[in-house]
Design a binder for this molecule. Structure first.
Ligand code: UT7
Length: 352
C-alpha cells in the first residue's frame, strides 16, 4: 500500500543573514573556529515579537502554492518546534488561525531536532487510518529568545560599539551553543502517494531520557513553583545547556546504526538510497555518518553553511531546496535522519 508523500514544500528565514564575524563582536569566537568545527558561515535571527508561527505561515503559504492546493484543503496540521510562540498553547493552532483554517486538528510535537522522522511516521499513520487526507507538516524555530546577549543591534551590524565586559563574559559562557543555532521555518504538504509502492515506507525511532541532560533547558519548567523566577533568569537557566562533544559522538554512532538497522529490516541496501536528508546540526556529524554508511558526498547534501542549525526546520528547509533545484525527483528513495534533545533520534524511508 502506498504511504504519504511530499506534494509541496516551502521555507522561510527572517531578516538578513548574521555572519560568524558578527557573532565575534559579542563573544570570544571567530569565523575560522566556527567554520572549522561546524561548517556554519551564517544564520538568521527573528525579531522580538516574531514567533515560529509567523515564520511558519510564510513557509506554509509557499508549500501550499507549490502543491497547488488551497489552505482550506488541509485537514490536519503537525507543528514541530522546541521554541513555541507561547509556553502554551502550541503553535499549531496559531498557524491554523493565521492561515484562516481554524477548526481542523493541530498537533504540536516535541522531538526537537529529531522531529521529522517522527513526523513522517505520524503523518503516515493519520492518513492510513483515515483521520487525515492532506497534512500540513511544519518545522519552525525561533532560537533568538535564548541567545546569551542583549546587544542585538551589534549582532545585526546595526550599531558599531564595544559591548560591556560583563555582557561579553556572559555570552562567552554559552559560545559553544550560541554559534550553532539559527531561526527558520519549513513546511511540507503531505498526501497519500498515487504510486502503488510510493511514499512513506517505514521509520525506526528511538528515545533515551537517561541522556536528557545532553541538551536541555534547566530552568523555566513546571518542576519549579513558580515555573519562572527572576533568579532563574539571572542564572541564565532559560538558556539550554549542551554537552556538545558527547552529543556529537552519540549522533555519529546512533544515526549510522539506525539507518543500517532500518535498511536491513526493510530489505533495502543503503547504496540504493538516492539521497540522505540529514539534520543539519554540524557538518562533522554528517561527514562521519557518511563515512560510516560508505556513501558518496553528493548523497548527503548540506546547507548548514547558510542557515546554521534550525532544529526542527533543518530537514524541511533542505528538502525544499533539493526539490526546487531538481536534485530530488519523483521516484527517488529518500532517507531522513536526525538526532536531537530528549534524546530522540531516528530515520525514515520515503519513495518520492
Ligand atoms: O541539533 C541538536 C543536537 N546538537 C548537536 O548535535 C551538537 C553537537 N555538538 C557540536 O556540534 C560540537 O560539539 C560543538 C560545535 C558544539 C562544539 O565543537 P567541539 O569541537 O565539540 O568543541 P569543544 O566543545 O570540545 O571545545 C573545544 C575548544 C574548547 O577550548 P579548550 O578547552 O580546548 O581551550 C572550547 O572552550 O573550543 C572552545 N570553544 C570555542 N572556541 C571558539 C567552544 N565553543 C567555541 C566557540 N568559539 N564558539
Amino acid at each position: 500500500m502506498s504511504g504519504v508523500t511530499i506534494i509541496g514544500s516551502g521555507h522561510h528565514v527572517p531578516g538578513a543573514p548574521v555572519t560568524n564575524d558578527a557573532l565575534a563582536r559579542v563573544m570570544d569566537t571567530s569565523d575560522e573556529w566556527i567554520q572549522a568545527r561546524t561548517g556554519i558561515q551564517q544564520r538568521y535571527f527573528a525579531r522580538d515579537g516574531q514567533g515560529p508561527s509567523d515564520l511558519a505561515v510564510e513557509a506554509a503559504t509557499k508549500a501550499l502554492d507549490d502543491a497547488g492546493v488551497e489552505a482550506t484543503d488541509v485537514d490536519y496540521i503537525i507543528f514541530a518546534t522546541m521554541t513555541p510562540d507561547y509556553m502554551f498553547p502550541g503553535s499549531g493552532p496559531l498557524l491554523g488561525a493565521k492561515l484562516g483554517i481554524s477548526g481542523i486538528p493541530a498537533l504540536d510535537i516535541r522531538q526537537q531536532c529529531a522531529a521529522m522522522p517522527y513526523a513522517f511516521q505520524l503523518a503516515n499513520g493519520l492518513v492510513q487510518s483515515g483521520a487525515a487526507e492532506t497534512i500540513l507538516l511544519v518545522g519552525a524555530e525561533v532560537h533568538s529568545g535564548f541567545m546569551p546577549w542583549t546587544d542585538w543591534d551589534v549582532v545585526r551590524s546595526e550599531a558599531e560599539r564595544e559591548i560591556s565586559p560583563r555582557a561579553y563574559e556572559r555570552a562567552n559562557k554559552h559560545r559553544g551553543l550560541a554559534v550553532i543555532f539559527g531561526d527558520g521555518a519549513a513546511a511540507m504538504v503531505l498526501r497519500r502517494s498515487n504510486e502503488p509502492e510510493g511514499g512513506f515506507i517505514a521509520a525506526e525511532l528511538h528515545s533515551d531520557g537517561d541522556s536528557f541532560d545532553h541538551l536541555f533547558v534547566s530552568g523555566c519548567g513546571f518542576r519549579s513553583i513558580p515555573y519562572v523566577t527572576p533568579e532563574a533568569l539571572l542564572a541564565d537557566e532559560h538558556i539550554p545547556q549542551m554537552r556538545g562533544p558527547s552529543l556529537l559522538k552519540k549522533a555519529v554512532q546512533t544515526l549510522s546504526r539506525t539507518v543500517n538497522s532500518l535498511c536491513e529490516t526493510h530489505g533495502i541496501a543503503p547504496e540504493d538510497i538516492d539521497c540522505f536528508i540529514a539534520h543539519q546540526a554540524n557538518d562533522r556529524i554528517n561527514r562521519a555518518v557518511r563515512q560510516a554508511l560508505k556513501v558518496p558526498p553528493e548523497k548527503i547534501p548540506s546547507n548548514i553553511a547558510r542557515y546554521g542549525n534550525t532544529s526542527a526546520a533543518t530537514i524541511g528547509i533542505l528538502t525544499d531546496e533539493l526539490r526546487r533545484d531538481g536534485k530530488i525527483r519523483e521516484g527517488d528513495l529518500l532517507c531522513f535522519l536526525a538526532l536531537g534533545a530528549g534524546l530522540n533520534w531516528g530515520a525514515a524511508l520515503l519513495r518520492l
